[in-house]
Design a protein around this ligand. Structure first.
Ligand code: CDP
Ligand code: MG
Length: 138
């Protein structure tokens, strides 16, 4: 079964929307096969967001992502990568469709509640950054 990495970012985790967000993923039929509460370090953020290093928003992105705890998840299901991206909504909540997680819970383009892998290649790269094989129950 396909797997994707999801992060419930410091804004949504800190404002107690984790349960609401998990419910949306479960209601969509996806299985939580790994989960942990953790706080990202600068080096973990650099690894995860490697393709964004050098972008103007990169320093504030790292500052935000390392500022407080997050929940990291692996979700499993048919077509989960594409479908979770759709459930999350557009990066900028102003552009996110009604009913999406970012429309409901994101406050800005940077503090935007959730991350999800954008392709099978990204999922394969990102999942091992956060979880070892023995922490994934598929
Ligand atoms: O997360 P997503 O794949 O939708 O967007 P991205 O373009 O890959 O950017 C990764 C993350 O960087 C976003 O989710 C935002 O948190 C942050 N970002 C930002 O703060 N300002 C931007 N102009 C673009 C992205
Ligand atoms: Mg992205």
């Amino acid at each position: 079964m396909e797997k994707t990495l999801v992060l419930i970012k410091p804004d949504a985790f800190g404002s107690n929307h984790t349960g609401d967000i998990l419910k949306m993923y479960e209601d969509a039929g996806f299985k939580i096969v790994a989960a942990k509460v953790m706080q990202m370090t600068e080096s973990l953020a650099a690894k995860h967001y490697a393709e964004h290093i050098g972008r103007p928003y990169y320093p504030s992105l790292v500052e935000f992502m390392t500022s407080a705890p997050i929940m990291a998840l692996v979700l499993s299901g048919e077509d989960v990568i594409k479908k979770v991206r759709a459930l999350n909504g557009a990066t900028n909540p102003v552009e996110a469709a009604e009913g999406t997680i970012r429309k409901l819970y994101a406050e800005s383009k940077s503090k935007n509640a959730v991350h999800a892998s954008d392709s099978p290649e990204s999922a394969a790269r990102e999942i091992p950054i956060f979880f070892s094989a023995c922490e994934i129950f598929d």
